[in-house]
Design a protein around this ligand. Structure first.
Ligand code: IMP
Ligand code: MG
Length: 178
């Protein structure tokens, strides 16, 4: 599919599955190398990161653990800035090597909220792994330690990311048509 219609908007193919997979394999190698013997705890940020987390974690070739947190900040095509915790995580992060898995860093508000929250619980190491990073949209000084793809400041969907709930099932990434 080169174009898709989701609700009232049209989207065009932007990043095919093949490229996504290639970059995820690279990130999985980097994390596996850096976290050897550390038994890292991955925290997947729902909903958007579910597909990325699944494809990434199955390529991690060292012992590890997985937890989930559910946050919400987006309405339509705009980041609202206000982050809401819909469901917290139960894992103990004290003295753990923690890797937060996020779908996209846009304004940075969501990641900054989560990093501040986790820091209070004294993890040994706290790293950020994101599928997509939009440096031009950043409003907070935050940098992913592991990043599959850097993209321009366009609204995108697919591979877990949604437009008002739709498009998460797409295996490729699409960007909004202007
Ligand atoms: P931030 O707080 O502005 O960095 O936004 C982070 C959250 O907004 C991400 O976890 C995504 O769920 C969502 N988001 C940001 N940019 C996009 C986009 O282009 N498409 C779909 N969702 C997005
Ligand atoms: Mg997200």
């Amino acid at each position: 599919m080169t174009e898709v219609q989701l609700k009232d908007k049209r989207f065009e193919l932007f990043i095919p599955e093949k490229i996504i997979t290639k970059e995820i394999k690279r990130v999985a190698k980097e994390i596996s190398r850096d976290m050897q013997e550390k038994n890292p705890l991955f925290i997947c940020v729902l909903n958007g990161a579910f597909m990325f987390a699944s494809d990434l974690i199955k390529r991690i070739d060292i012992p590890c653990e997985v937890g989930f947190i559910r946050l919400r900040s987006y309405q339509g095509e705009q980041s609202s800035g206000a982050v809401k915790e819909v469901q917290g995580f139960v894992e103990n992060v004290e003295n753990r090597h923690v890797v937060v898995i996020e779908d996209i860093i846009d304004t940075g508000h969501t990641m900054s909220y989560l990093i501040n929250k986790l820091h209070v619980e004294n993890p040994a190491i706290l790293k950020i792994a994101c599928l997509l990073f939009k440096p031009a949209a950043l409003e907070i000084d935050i940098n992913p330690d592991y990043c599959a793809l850097e993209i321009p400041n366009d609204f995108i969907v697919g591979y877990g990311l949604d437009y008002n709930g739709s498009g998460r099932n797409l295996k490729d990434i699409y960007k909004i048509k202007s």
